[in-house]
Every structure is written in structure tokens, then in C-alpha cells.
Design a protein around this ligand. Sequence first.
Ligand code: ACO
Length: 401
Amino acid sequence: MDIKTLRSVTGGVTTIDPGYKNTGSCESAITFLDGEKGILRYRGYSIEELAEKADFLEVAFLLIFGELPNKAQLDKFHDDIKKNSIVDEDVHKILDAFPKSAHPMGVLSSLTSALTAFNPSCVNVDSEEDMYQSVVRLLGKFPVLVAWTMRKKSGLPLDYGDKNLGYVENILKMMFKEPNEEYTQSKILVNALDKLLILHADHEQNCSTSTVRIVGSSHAGLFASISAGISALWGPLHGGANQAVLEMLEGIKADGGDTKKYMAKAKDKEDPFRLMGFGHRVYKNFDPRAKIIKVAADEVLGDLGVEDPILDIAKGLEKEALEDPYFVDRKLYPNVDFYSGIIYRGMGIPTDMFTVMFALGRLPGWIAQWREMRLKKEPIGRPRQLYVGETLRGFKPLEER
Ligand code: ACO
């Protein structure tokens, strides 16, 4: 079909915009991002202020419902989440069926999708109350699935932690508590995780969030939409970059720590190697989250008494890139994933769980975007294409081909 015919079919102009680099898919009142100035705000509040003063559950409430909660609203929200945190026994069996070698993102995506089967009332959500019930169920059960995915890999029995703890404190307990052992969450770890989760909580129409909105636009339920978002996040060009960064830094260290060699590889167009954790589709001067995380990496590793040579390699690469015309001309700066893996590693979280931690942080943003899309009764997402294949041809029977 030529462009003229395509226009007559679409009733106007069809723009071809691979990667949607210039296409807005919706109007949204959740997250403001100015890539030139390096500004990120959730519902009008700067990311710097939220990371310093708020906790993750307050930010989740803010993103989903539009305002910071007062004490009574926050307590009710947390209570409703806690009441809904029990995961069906049969979901344990599904988890058991996965090989220990399975990537945690695949496991998490499957378990999240499976939740639909055990919570059928969460599929057809027409009222705000129905939506609320889906939201608190997911916020209750998702950290349990995250923690259990990690425990299965570490060979630990499943655990619900302690519901009397704060949301983030309990996530750490569910992840790390050894059997028959008192586990007290270190304040340093709680603060660090709170900050990391807040910094990842939303980022407007990125690949995984657009996926959540487009799947949700068919009125598939919340859990199915989030499961699709997890799969989108898994890729190394998106959330999977935090795992890829650490593997890259480990590789450079094992290869003698020669950062210049890897800078040269990243610039060589014949070499598929890219400097993971560098570059961003929207930020063209700096990623404000990376600035906060870089400082946090120093603080957290210092507080925990961890000396990690990987941090020095990362800083070395950043310094070289900031002075290198290839990176400067293309406006390639460290993104949120460049330092986050180093902090997760300092916290004792295995490398293949890093992207799962990203999903845990991004969950409120995905939920907020799904809820906004449903409340605004947005139409089903359905991009057009420009067909460039064969014109009409006759069918040849098998024996003639
Ligand atoms: N290392 C080396 N060169 C790079 C890198 C990099 N990390 N990123 C971009 N470039 C180069 C490209 O080769 C291209 O060069 P050219 O103009 O000479 O052809 C130019 O910079 C523009 O890059 P694009 O790939 O066109 O930029 P795009 O906006 O499509 O991609 C992306 C952005 C995917 C983030 C890219 O920079 C990248 O692959 N980075 C590494 C992976 C990563 O860190 N992903 C996490 C992103 S943040 C997040 O999802 C949470």
C-alpha cells in the first residue's frame, strides 16, 4: 500500500516514527520530565525533595492518587495493603515449579500474571472502588513475590516477614531473614532502599510504562498489564541495564581494569559493545536520578563499610566519558542504572535480582499510569504502519514451490 492509499484508509496523515521518538501517546498529570534541563517531578514535587524527605509508600500514594497523604490516609492505605498481602498457596506451587536457574524477571512476570487466576474480581474493574481493591492487592502481594523469588534462588524458605514493620522495612526482612534468626533491618539499608525505590517510581511514557498502558487499554486486568510491563523492563536497553552495568564493570575489572580499552570499544561502530548505564532517550544533559544515586552510593557503601573496587572503575569511566568528545557530542551521561547496581550489591542483593528491584520501585508508577488511563477512558492503543511488503500474488500449491 502506498502512502496515498494509507492516508485514505486512515482518513489523514499517518506519521512514521520508529521508536516513537517524537510521538506523544497520551496526556498525563503524573510525572513531569524536562530532558534538556534534567528536571524530574512527581505530581509537581521535585525528585530531589521527595528522595530526601518522603518514604516510598507516601510517594506511591502521591503517584497513584495525586496528592501526598495525611497521616490517616497513609495509615489506612498501609493497612489495606497489609490485609491483602497473603499470596494463594497454589502460587507457591507455581514458584516451586520453576528451575532455580530461571531468571527472576521471568519468574516475577509469570507469578504476577498468575495472580489474576487467584483474584478474578480484579479483572473487570469499572468503578474507582474496584480499582482501589486491585491496587492494594497488588501492592500487598508484589513485594512478597519479589522476596520469594530471591529466597528461592538463595535456598531460603518462604517468609512473610513482620506486618508490624513499615512497608520497605518489611521488604528487607522478607528478603533476608534466615530461619530461626532474629533479623533487624539496618536503618542504613532501609533509607537506601527507600531512596532507590522512590527514584525509580515513575518516569512517564518509557518502554515498560507504555506497555502497561497499551495492554491495559484493551481492558486486560491490572495484574496482566503489570506482568507485560515487567517483561518490557527486563531488556538490557531498559531496566535490565542495571544488571548489565554490573556485569560490564566486573568484566572490566577481570580484564585488568583498563577503562580506556572499553571506552574505545564503546566508540567503535563495528563493535556491538555499548557503555551500559550511559545514554538516555530523554535526558540530554544529565539524569537527575543518577546525581542522587552517585552520592547515595558513596554514603551507603561508606556506612556499610563496603570497599568495592567496582565503584572506582565506575567513577573512572564516568570521568573519562565526561571529557570525551564522542560522549559529549552525543550527550551521553550516566543514567539511573549506572550506580544503582553498585548500591544493590553493597546491600547483599544478587546481581540477577537488580532488575526485579527496579520493578518493585516502578510498580506505583505503572499502577498510577494504568489507573489514569482507565479513569480517562482512553481508547484502545493501536498504532498504524506503513506496509512495505509484497503486492497481491497468487497462491502456489505445496508441490509447485
Ligand atoms: N555507548 C556508546 N554509544 C552510545 C550509547 C552507549 N551507551 N548510547 C548511545 N550511543 C550512541 C549511539 O551509537 C548513537 O551513535 P550515532 O549517532 O553515531 O549512531 C547515538 O549515541 C544515539 O544513540 P541511540 O541508540 O540512537 O539513542 P536512543 O535514544 O535510541 O537510545 C538508550 C537510548 C537505549 C538508553 C541508549 O543510550 C543505550 O543503549 N544505552 C545503554 C543501555 C542503558 O543504559 N539503558 C538504560 C536506559 S535508562 C532506563 O531504561 C531506566
